[in-house]
Design a protein around this ligand. Sequence first.
Ligand SMILES: [Zn+2]
Length: 206
Amino acid sequence: MEYILHKKSNCKRIKIRVVKGVVCVSAPLNVSKREIDDFVKEQSAWIKNQLSKYTLSKENDLISLLGKKYRLHYIDQRVCYVEGDDLYLYPDQTLIQKFLKQNTKKYIDLRFEFFCEQLHIHNISLQYGFYKSKWGSCTPSKHKICFNVNLIFMPLEFVDAIILHELAHLFHFNHSKAFYNLLCTWMPNYRQVLKENKRNPIPNLY
Ligand SMILES: [Zn+2]
């Protein structure tokens, strides 16, 4: 099994981490290559399990952006763009994140405005970020709503559900029955849409 080795003087025992599909081993200076290899071998079941959770997107994968599927190509010019049914990305995290954020913002800003008009809601400012464990958040006292840029990979119906979820928090701060009642008058199939997309994986583009 391939791994990246860091030998450190302040390291007391051999440790393995799996980061973004790469196996990283740190070990004390006095430990031999053989001992490290044996240790990695012992841990191989755990390592394989960790690795299976991460698959980097590759050439020709189909990537869903705002409800439309694109064929992925990595290119060596420092740009990210879509053309027809193709998505071209320069493999650089900062650049790809900027591209995703711009496009998410362009779509959600408009969609948000549409719902605000329908519901007579005014003066809410929007923010976008990459969050690990939430699709959005709402701070009613600051008239602020945040959206996860990874919404770009989700079906548009799901994006609507998240927008409406955060808007409902302007009226109910918690997830009470009243909150869901309001949400379901706005979007009767809310629970269904959320359930259907629960296991929708986010591609690892960088
Ligand atoms: Zn909520």
